[in-house]
Design a protein around this ligand. Structure first.
Ligand SMILES: [Zn+2]
Length: 400
């Protein structure tokens, strides 16, 4: 009865193994077992053979029992291949679900360690494995990952393309994703047009390419999958929108109304007695982006002043070389905040308020200086009253 229970406990999914004994041995639990199948198949030709050549004991580390590492001492046989002319004269038998060629762990423990390695990788995986009483080094876990077969993937209908940093600011690769299953499909060694275009040409069937706005990926899509529709992915749309809004707000901060004094005063009055240290309210003159640009510009200029090379500055500040170069070439950070799209035509132009000519701007100056904004100036909407102009005329728009 006890033997049947042990058999079921240890090898419930394994056939052809007989447990002989289970012995606690210091820090170990040793399971002695032997193979019991009448014959084994040759790994080279597949012919079954019952001609035993020799016997020996294999030692396999197994998942721990009660916090103690388990060791399976399995008596196995070496067979002679009965197929004449087979390249494999003799072969060792393997037990499906328990052993594999040259393996020094049970198949079960190997699977557990592979999962740990995939989820946690080297160091963290090694620490967890020690806790689970299966001592493996981080290098062993990384080796296990490298030996794993890559899962079979089919060419996705909707392909996500984005870059990732192997070393930020220096080396970048490209990751390809199946947007419908959210599974990674492939990793490419760089982010050049040629590499991505070649992959697309070798994997026909992509209907939609979901990407950022880089010209390299746009061109790769046009070359490798000319029929595919290009869409901007949601993350980049939000990221670009947030940056554009922030930049626009920073540029036009002078037009923003100051908070009503009465509201501040009322709030301060309400909070009086709470002993709060309220800072005086003032117009907002900085944004996150502008702060960042100013800080980085200042740091780059300071390091340049010390005679440090741009490459080294980039390394120290974690900035791309081109970013460092941009900071180095302008005297003031404000020049960078103007925006590179200023003055360019855009598909959004028909929806923007009309930009007044210089002459109109001059004529409306009096209205703006008076504290009211005229719609003709493109500022915030306000009431435009006829005002005398230096030339003796009147505001053209309000005179209509
Ligand atoms: Zn054979």
């Amino acid at each position: 009865m006890a033997d049947v229970l042990l058999q079921d406990l240890w090898f419930h999914q394994v056939e052809g193994v007989v447990v002989e004994s289970v012995i606690p041995d210091g820090e170990l639990v040793v399971v002695r077992a032997r193979t019991a199948a009448g014959q084994a198949a040759c790994p080279a030709c597949g012919t079954a053979s019952a001609r035993v050549h020799s016997r020996y004991v294999r030692r396999l580390a197994d998942s721990s029992v009660g916090g103690r590492p388990a060791l399976i001492e399995l008596r196995v046989r070496r067979f002679r291949c009965s197929q004449q002319g087979c390249s494999q004269a003799t072969f060792a038998e393997q037990v499906a679900g328990l052993t594999f060629r040259h393996g020094r762990r049970s198949a079960g423990l190997q699977t557990v360690l592979e999962r740990v390695a995939v989820m946690l990788a080297g160091r963290a995986g090694s620490r967890l494995a020690h806790t689970l009483a299966a001592k493996v080094s981080r290098s062993t876990l990384l080796r296990l990952i490298r030996r794993l077969q890559a899962p079979e993937t089919s060419t996705p209908r909707v392909l996500g393309v984005d870059d990732f940093a192997l070393r930020k600011g220096h080396n970048y690769g490209t990751i390809l994703l199946d947007i419908e299953t959210h599974q990674p499909v492939d990793l490419l060694p760089d982010r050049t047009t040629a590499t991505v275009a070649r992959w697309l040409a070798e994997h026909p069937g992509v209907e939609v390419i979901c990407r950022d706005r880089s010209t390299a990926y746009a061109e790769a899509g046009r070359l490798g999958a000319p029929d595919a529709v290009h869409v901007a992915d949601r993350w980049h749309i939000w990221s670009n929108l947030a940056e554009a809004v922030e930049k626009t707000v920073v540029q036009h901060r002078a037009l923003l109304r100051e908070p009503q004094d009465t509201t501040i005063a009322a709030a301060a009055e309400a909070l009086e007695g709470l002993d709060l240290d309220l800072a005086p309210a003032g117009p907002r003159t900085t944004g996150r982006l502008s702060d960042r640009v100013r800080e980085q510009h200042e740091a780059v200029r300071a390091l340049l002043g010390q005679g440090i090379a741009m490459r080294e500055i980039g390394r120290r500040l974690g900035l791309a070389r081109n970013t460092v170069r941009r900071y180095a070439h302008v005297a003031s950070a404000d020049e960078l905040l103007v925006g590179r799209w200023t003055g360019r035509t855009s598909i959004l132009d028909p929806y923007k308020p009309p930009r007044p000519s210089n002459g109109t701007r001059r004529r409306h100056r009096g209205v703006r200086e008076g504290g009211r904004l005229c719609p003709g100036c493109g500022g915030l909407p306000g009431r435009c009253e006829p005002v005398p102009l230096p030339s003796g005329g009147r505001c053209a728009r309000s005179a209509r």
